[in-house]
Design a protein around this ligand. Structure first.
Ligand SMILES: *Cc1c(COP(=O)(O)O)cnc(C)c1O
Length: 371
């Protein structure tokens, strides 16, 4: 049946929930005048990536990749003690976060995450038409009771990053277990461990064991952070076979490139590079945080971080925006997050020691001069 063309719109109309999305704002890599800056705004590995991964890149075939990333999943399964049938690969873990929302939530459903959480959760919830529900924080950290209080009959997915980005805060094993125990069995708990490899082994949060034992937990990991392969876009997830099958149904069929698969496999085997990166991060983060803590009387406060970045709050005369501009002036780009409700904060990736020393000196000089 023909409809009256006069009454119809002149152009295709996006769904209202798509129009409500604020597109993801990536960390910048150049200053206002376009000159390249040292980039400490996207939590990339300042040590680069494994030499073995770079060598593998040259060997990768240019034909269609293995759609099931079999060798890579087998290696991940071996390293983590997981049946490869319980592993799904993604074009970055971003793809898996989006698929988790799309697979389990839609219009009329609710998706919960924390205020000061990873901005992809909001996009993932909205793009499938679900209603985002934001839990209040506890001094910027994740408040499990606040999350539990928001669960309703309509809740379908809960997203938690542990460590959390952009705050760096961390929930111990007991808190993760308590949150899981409080959720109805039909709510999918997504535990995003993008920074999991940076956590000291003794502080491990038990997410993998929850994903192995329960039907409603998906753990996501990435090659973008400690492995230094952000450019290749490789992430993975593990959970019950039903969850993995759901995500496999809706993922891109060739979602991980041949070079990505080859580089990730080599990167996993180079355990020395990963351990060196973890220790570098732990030591340089402690050294940097100590310098920021010394500026406490000027209103600077570094939130405790288990990740490869630190969120610094500017609660005195020096504003985060002024500090951001001052650092850019000196050649450093960090992350200022007014769009995420954090105009009072800068997120700074733990880079090389010499760079962090300059940053700490610049912040000290600016804080002392500010009135
Ligand atoms: C960086 C990051 C990711 C990783 O995204 P990729 O798509 O794997 O590059 C996921 N979650 C959080 C919280 C992050 O900070």
């Amino acid at each position: 049946m023909m409809t009256d063309t006069e009454t119809r719109s002149k152009a295709p109309q996006p769904k209202p929930w798509i129009e409500a999305i604020h597109a993801y704002v990536p960390g910048k890599s150049s200053g206002k005048d376009g000159r390249p800056l040292i980039k400490l705004s996207a939590n990339e590995n300042p040590l680069g990536t494994s030499e073995a991964a770079l060598a593998a890149k040259a060997q990768a075939p240019a034909l269609y990749p293995d759609p099931d990333s079999k060798a890579l999943r087998a290696k991940l399964g071996e390293l983590h003690g997981i049946d490869p049938a319980r592993i799904v690969m993604g074009t970055g873990s971003d793809e898996l976060l989006n698929l988790a929302a799309q697979g389990y939530a839609g219009p009329g459903d609710e998706v919960i995450y924390v205020r000061y959480g990873f901005s992809v959760y909001d996009i993932a919830a909205r793009r499938c038409g679900a209603t985002p529900v934001v839990a209040p924080d506890a001094d910027y950290g994740t408040d499990v009771d606040a999350l539990i209080a928001l669960v309703t009959d309509r809740t379908r997915v809960v997203f938690i990053a542990n460590p959390n980005n952009p705050t760096g805060s961390y929930l111990p094993k007991g808190e993760i277990a308590r949150l899981h125990a409080a959720l109805p069995a039909d709510v999918l708990l997504v535990l995003d461990q993008a920074y999991g490899e940076y956590v000291a082994p003794e502080d491990e949060d038990g997410a993998m064991a929850l994903a192995a034992a329960h039907d409603n937990v998906l753990v996501t990991r990435t090659f973008s952070k400690i492995f230094g392969l952000a450019g290749e876009r490789i992430g993975w997830g593990t959970g019950a076979p039903g969850i993995i099958q759901t995500l496999n149904r809706i993922r891109g069929p060739f979602n991980v490139s041949s070079t990505g698969q080859a580089m990730a496999l080599a990167a996993l085997e180079d355990t020395a590079f990963v351990e060196h990166s973890r220790v570098h991060n732990r030591d340089e983060r402690a050294r940097f945080v100590e310098k920021i803590e010394a500026l406490g009387n000027h209103g600077l406060r570094a939130l405790p971080s288990q990740a490869n970045f630190v969120l610094i709050l500017f609660e005195g005369p020096l504003s985060a925006e002024t500090a951001f501009d001052g650092l850019a002036e000196r050649g450093y780009i960090v992350r200022w997050l007014p769009g995420q409700g954090l105009p009072q904060a800068l997120r700074i990736t733990i880079g090389k020691r010499a760079d962090l020393d300059v940053i700490a000196d610049v912040l000290r000089d600016m804080a002392q001069a500010a009135k």
